[in-house]
Design a protein around this ligand. Structure first.
Ligand code: HEM
Length: 150
C-alpha cells in the first residue's frame, strides 16, 4: 500500500462554480446585450426591451448567477418574483423574439462553448425549454385577455 498522500481533485459542485463564478456570467450577459444592441438580426427582440439596458444587464446577471446555484441576490431583491410569470405578462414574447433570444444567447456563449461545451450545451438547452414555456404562457395570457375584452 502506498503511503504517499492521495491527491484530492476538487470538483465544482454547481454550474456557478463550474463556469468560474460571477465574472464569466457578467461577461456572457454583457456580450448578449451588446449583440442585441448592434446586430440587426435581433431587431425585434431589441424593440421589446427598454431603451436603456443598464438595469437589464445587472438583472439578467443576478438571475443567471442564482439560477446556476450562486448567490441569490436576484431573488432577495425581488421577493416572490417568478421569471416565468413575469415573461407571461410581457408584450412581444412570441416565436420570433424567442428565436432571436436563443440565437443571441448562443452567439454570446461562443467563448463558453469553446471552453466548456458540455456546460454551454446544458445551459442553452434549459434556456430553450424555458423560452418555449414563456411563449406558450404569453400566448395563453394574451388569449385570456382578448376573451375578457370581448
Ligand atoms: C422567450 C425568449 C425571451 C424573450 C423574448 C425575453 C424578453 C424579455 C424582455 C422584453 C424583458 C424586459 C426587458 C426590459 O424591461 O427592458 C425581459 C426581462 C428579463 N428576462 Fe427575458 N426573455 C426571454 C427569455 C428569457 C430567459 C430564458 C431568461 C432566463 C434564463 C430570461 C431572463 C430575464 C430576466 C432575469 C429579466 C429581468 C426581469 C427582472 O429582473 O425584473 N429571459 N426578457
Amino acid at each position: 500500500m502506498s503511503l504517499r498522500p492521495q491527491k484530492t481533485v476538487k470538483r465544482p459542485t454547481t454550474p456557478y462554480e463550474r463556469i468560474g463564478r460571477r465574472a464569466p456570467v457578467t461577461h456572457l450577459v454583457q456580450r448578449f446585450y451588446d449583440l442585441m444592441e448592434s446586430n440587426p438580426a435581433y431587431a425585434e427582440l431589441r424593440s421589446i426591451h427598454s431603451d436603456d439596458l443598464t438595469e437589464m444587464r445587472e438583472s439578467l446577471t443576478d438571475f443567471l448567477v442564482a439560477w446556476m446555484g450562486g448567490p441569490r441576490d436576484w431573488f432577495d431583491k425581488k421577493p416572490g418574483a417568478c421569471i416565468m410569470s413575469a415573461h407571461a405578462a410581457m408584450r412581444g414574447i412570441d416565436e420570433i423574439t424567442a428565436r432571436q433570444w436563443m440565437d443571441c444567447m448562443t452567439e454570446a456563449a461562443a467563448d463558453l462553448a469553446q471552453k466548456d461545451p458540455q456546460l454551454a450545451q446544458s445551459m442553452l438547452t434549459s434556456m430553450q425549454s424555458m423560452g418555449k414555456t414563456m411563449v406558450a404562457r404569453a400566448k395563453a395570457a394574451q388569449e385570456a385577455k382578448v376573451a375578457t375584452d370581448e
